[in-house]
Design a protein around this ligand. Structure first.
Ligand SMILES: [Zn+2]
Length: 93
């Protein structure tokens, strides 16, 4: 039986907070996850801003794709609505 559970060992994600000294859970936030203090580390802030911008761009792209699909589905839905059932199935055309 192992005395040391693996769960107790937290994977260090970010640098320690200069204010409270605890390891940051995310490198994306400009504030400490624990005490809410601004992390006064230029390199960290730069990386955090980059990560936020990256996520932002991904989110924007997803929104754009969704909007495009919505617009397309909306048009298709309108076309289907305008087309009366049976009208197009004409053997004489
Ligand atoms: Zn802190």
């Amino acid at each position: 039986m192992a005395d040391v559970p693996n769960n107790s060992v937290q994977v260090a994600k970010g640098p320690p907070c200069p204010t409270c000294g605890r390891t940051l859970l995310t490198t994306r936030s400009a504030l400490c996850n624990w005490c809410g203090a601004v992390i006064k580390d230029e390199a960290y802030q730069q990386r955090a801003a980059e990560e936020r911008a990256l996520q932002d761009a991904e989110l924007q792209q997803q929104l754009r794709i969704e909007q495009m699909e919505n617009a397309r589905l909306g048009v298709l839905g309108r076309l289907k609505k305008n087309r009366k059932p049976g009208h197009n199935v004409d053997p004489l055309v």
